[in-house]
Design a protein around this ligand. Structure first.
Ligand SMILES: [Zn+2]
Length: 330
């Protein structure tokens, strides 16, 4: 036997042994094959619960991130006989998690379900360039969710606005779901950062603006600014994909202080500088995407239990029980 062939066989055997061990560890094939619906193995009192498929894991983890990001806003989760999963909002309104429709990127922008909104991974850490294609994590938004949480009409949104004292002056931000409080916290960190690095000030002030009941340029969709959950920092002609070339955007990204981005991300804000359709002055309160990013599991990957990586605190485990309950028809 030649040495490369021998080594190859050895590698195959090692992989087989590892797979075998993993299967033993996770309970074997029969859990996926539906054995749970037959008689329990001898000596055990109750059947093992069905293992979650990668699709179930992805859905449950999205729902957990949503429940933790919108605590107190989502009252429950339901899974119908047709398999359609909904979150139930405090008002009783049901929002579909996955409508099962194949959509183009434009259709997702116009008519997103919660799964579409959660689909793209928001990259934590520094970016080294303008992203390609339609990599725009956060531009796909569930308006049904925003309307429930932040206000369904201009009047309703205005009633939820609060004046927040920032480093220089005040701005209006939505008080619901901790948005205004998190902005205030982020700006405390930004002020400390400016004390250490005075140059950062020139990227923040004068602020571009927060609440503005308007649509997104070139569309008929409401801007996140209309809900009072977005802030534009100091404007630069190279900031926006409709105004600037990719090269100009790239130049601006290269200069942008990473510590400034981090101060906002640490407090639940995503940055438009991480979008292919870049919007570099724009930060938006989207704690669900940051939670998903911090506990990221790649599509198709299996983890056990499905909420692995989350701390097993009382509020996490309560949400886990709600989601598992929906899957088990409770
Ligand atoms: Zn903006």
């Amino acid at each position: 036997m030649g040495k490369p062939l021998y080594l190859g066989l050895l590698a195959v055997l090692l992989v087989a042994a590892a797979v075998g061990a993993a299967l033993l560890f996770f309970g074997g094939f029969d859990r996926d094959a539906g054995a749970v619906h037959t008689a329990a193995p001898m000596g055990t009192a109750k059947p093992t619960p069905a293992a979650d498929s990668p699709a179930d894991i992805a859905a449950k983890r999205d729902l957990l991130a949503l429940m933790m990001a919108y605590q107190g806003q989502i009252a429950g989760v339901e899974k119908g006989d047709d398999g359609i999963v909904c979150v139930v909002m405090l008002s009783g309104k049901r929002i579909v998690y996955d409508d099962g429709r194949e959509k183009t990127f434009e259709q997702k922008l116009a008519d997103a379900d919660l799964q579409d909104m959660m689909e793209q991974e928001y990259p934590l850490g520094d970016v080294d360039g303008v992203r390609e294609g339609n990599l725009d994590p956060g531009r796909i938004r569930s308006y049904a969710l925003f309307e429930e949480v932040y206000g369904g009409t201009e009047k309703a949104v205005r009633a939820n606005l609060k004046s927040v004292a920032l480093g220089r002056g005040h701005c209006l931000f939505n008080a619901n779901n901790g948005a205004a409080a998190q902005l205030k916290k982020a700006f405390k960190e930004i002020s400390a950062l400016i004390d250490n690095e005075p140059g950062v000030s020139g990227f923040v002030y004068p602020l571009g603006g927060t609440f503005n009941y308007r649509v997104i340029a070139g569309t008929d969709r409401l801007s996140p600014h209309a809900f009072g959950i977005a802030i534009d920092l100091k404007s630069d002609p190279r900031d926006y994909w409709r105004w600037a070339t990719r090269e100009q955007g790239q130049g601006r990204l290269t200069e942008y202080p990473p510590d400034l981005v981090r101060a906002l991300e640490d407090n639940g804000f995503i940055w438009g500088g991480k979008w292919a359709h870049f919007d570099i002055l724009h930060f938006e309160y989207r704690p669900e995407l940051l939670l998903k990013a911090r506990h990221f599991v790649a599509p198709g990957e299996t983890v056990s239990p499905w909420y692995a990586g989350y701390p097993e605190t009382a509020d996490v485990m309560e949400a886990v029980a709600v989601i598992d309950g929906a899957w088990e028809g409770r």
